[in-house]
Write a protein that binds this ligand. Structure first.
Ligand code: CTP
Length: 397
C-alpha cells in the first residue's frame, strides 16, 4: 500500500537518527519514495551521504541553500509529499513545532505543509516526562499531529523508561495507518460522554461519578479509524479527545439538543452517564438554611432519555445506535432488558459496583449485547475496550 506514496522524512538530531537509515530502507522496499531532510543537529549523527545513498534522493539540509530554493522551494517540498514524518522527534523539535517556530528548513517545512504530520519522539526519559514536553505533545495532538511511540526500554543514556524511538517497522505501520484513511473514512459518528450536572440552585447541582474516560477513549478510537466524530460531553474530568469536534454541555436537556443538532450520523454511541432527574422547577436564588432547622425538600422531575429518543426516531435515526448500561445487580439481564426498552441496536453492559473500581477507574469489563447474542470481553483498559468497540462498529457499518 505504500507503493508510489511520497514521504517527506525530517530527521532530527538524536542518537536514534541511525534507525532512520533502516526506516528509509524499509520504506523503499515497499515502493515509497522518501525525500530526506536533515536538521543541523541530525548531521552530527548521520551523514547526508549515507541518507542520500539509501534513499536514492537529494538530501535537503539548509533553508538558505539558494540553489535548492531555485530548484524546489520549501513550500513545494512540503506540499508534494503525501505525509510528513519526523523521526527522531527530539524534545527541541517538538517544542519548536508546538510553538510554531520556523527558523530552519525542517521547522519551516513543518509549518508550511498542508499534509498530515506523524512524529516518532525519541529522548531521555526525564525529557519525555518533563511537563514542558508533555504540554507540547498535548498541543501537537490537538493540532492533529499523529504520534508513534515512544517505547519503553533501556536507553542509550543508560536510563530506563519511555523515550526510545519506535522501531522502523512500527513507524512503517504508523505511516501505513496514517495513509490508509481507515475503515471509517467518510462516516460521521456521534458520541456522548461524561456526567451531566443538573442545577439545584445557582451554586449546587446533582451529578454522578462518571469521569468521561470511556467515552473519550471511544471517540479517539473511532477517529483513529478515520471517522468524523462529534463528541458531546458533560462536565467530565477526562481530557477531551483529540482530532474530534467537541461540544460541551452541562445538563441532560442541553445534551439532547446538542445531539439532535449534530445528526445525521452513521452511528451514535451513548457513553454519557446522564442524570435521570433534575429539579422540577428552576430557582435563580440560592436556597438558604432555615433557622428552624427545616431541611428543604427537593422536588425532582425526569430528564429526557437521550438514547431512547434517538433510538426511536423514525427518519434520521442513525443506522447503528449503541448504548451503555451501568448496572450494579443482575448486570447482563438488566442490560439486555435495557436494550429492548431503549430500542438501541447494541448495548455495552458494565458492572459499576464500587468494588469493581470501574466508575472513575482506568479499566472496564464489559459484555456486548446485540440482537444476535452476547459476548463478554475480559477486563481491559478503557482504551482497549474502546478499540474493540470501534473495530466492531467499523465491521458493522
Ligand atoms: N441515557 C440517556 N439519557 C438518559 C439516561 C440514560 O441517553 N436520560 C443513556 C446512557 O448514555 C446509556 C444508557 O442510556 O447509554 C443507559 O444508561 P443507564 O444510566 O445505564 O440507564 P438508565 O436509563 O439511567 O436506567 P437505570 O437508571 O434505571 O439503570
Amino acid at each position: 500500500m505504500l507503493q508510489g506514496r511520497k514521504i517527506l522524512l525530517v530527521i532530527g538530531g538524536g542518537i536514534a537518527a541511525y534507525k532512520c537509515l533502516d526506516l528509509i530502507r524499509r520504506l523503499a522496499e515497499r515502493g515509497a519514495g522518501v525525500t530526506p531532510v536533515l536538521t543541523r543537529a541530525a548531521q552530527e549523527f548521520v551523514t547526508p551521504l549515507s541518507v542520500a545513498a539509501l534513499s536514492g534522493r537529494k538530501v535537503y539540509t539548509d533553508l538558505f541553500d539558494l540553489t535548492d530554493e531555485a530548484e524546489m522551494g520549501h513550500i513545494q517540498l512540503s506540499r508534494e509529499a503525501d505525509l510528513v514524518v519526523v523521526a527522531p522527534a527530539t524534545a527541541d523539535l517538538l517544542a519548536k513545532m508546538a510553538g510554531g517556530q520556523a527558523n530552519d528548513l525542517a521547522t519551516t517545512l513543518l509549518m508550511a505543509t498542508d499534509k498530515r504530520v506523524l512524529v516518532a519522539p525519541a529522548m531521555n526519559v526525564r525529557m519525555w516526562e518533563h511537563p514542558a514536553t508533555q504540554r507540547n505533545v498535548k498541543t501537537l495532538q490537538s493540532d492533529g499531529v499523529l504520534f508513534t511511540g515512544p517505547n519503553e526500554g533501556d536507553m542509550a543514556c543508560g536510563e530506563f523508561g519511555p523515550g526510545r524511538m519506535s522501531e522502523p517497522l512500527e513507524i512503517v505501520a504508523a505511516i501505513e495507518a496514517a495513509l490508509s484513511g481507515g475503515p471509517l473514512k467518510g462516516k460521521h459518528i456521534l458520541v456522548t460522554s461524561g456526567p451531566t450536572h443538573e442545577p439545584i440552585d445557582p451554586v449546587r447541582y446533582i451529578a454522578n461519578r462518571s469521569s468521561g474516560a470511556q467515552g473519550t477513549a471511544v471517540a479517539e478510537a473511532l477517529a483513529g479509524l478515520g471517522a468524523r466524530v462529534t463528541f458531546v460531553t458533560g462536565p467530565a474530568d477526562a481530557d477531551r479527545p483529540v482530532g474530534v469536534d467537541v461540544i460541551e454541555v452541562e445538563t441532560a436537556r442541553e445534551m439532547l439538543a446538542a445531539v439532535e443538532g449534530a445528526l445525521p450520523a452513521d452511528a451514535a454511541v451513548f457513553a454519557a452517564a446522564v442524570a435521570d432527574w433534575r429539579m422540577a422547577s428552576e430557582t435563580s436564588s440560592k436556597i438558604k438554611k432555615d433557622s428552624s432547622g427545616r431541611v428543604p425538600e427537593l422536588e425532582l422531575t425526569e430528564n429526557p432519555d437521550i438514547l431512547k429518543t434517538v433510538a426511536h426516531m423514525g427518519r434520521g435515526r442513525p443506522p447503528l445506535v449503541v448504548g451503555f448500561a451501568a448496572e450494579t445487580d443482575d448486570v447482563i439481564a438488566n442490560a439486555a432488558a435495557k436494550r429492548e426498552r431503549k430500542g438501541c441496536d447494541w448495548i455495552v453492559a458494565n458492572d459499576v459496583s464500587p468494588e469493581t473500581g470501574i466508575m472513575g477507574g482506568d479499566e472496564n469489563a464489559v459484555t456486548l449485547i446485540t440482537a444476535e447474542g452476547q459476548e463478554s470481553w475480559p477486563r481491559l483498559s478503557k482504551v482497549e475496550v474502546a478499540r474493540r468497540l470501534a473495530a466492531r462498529i467499523a465491521e458493522a457499518l
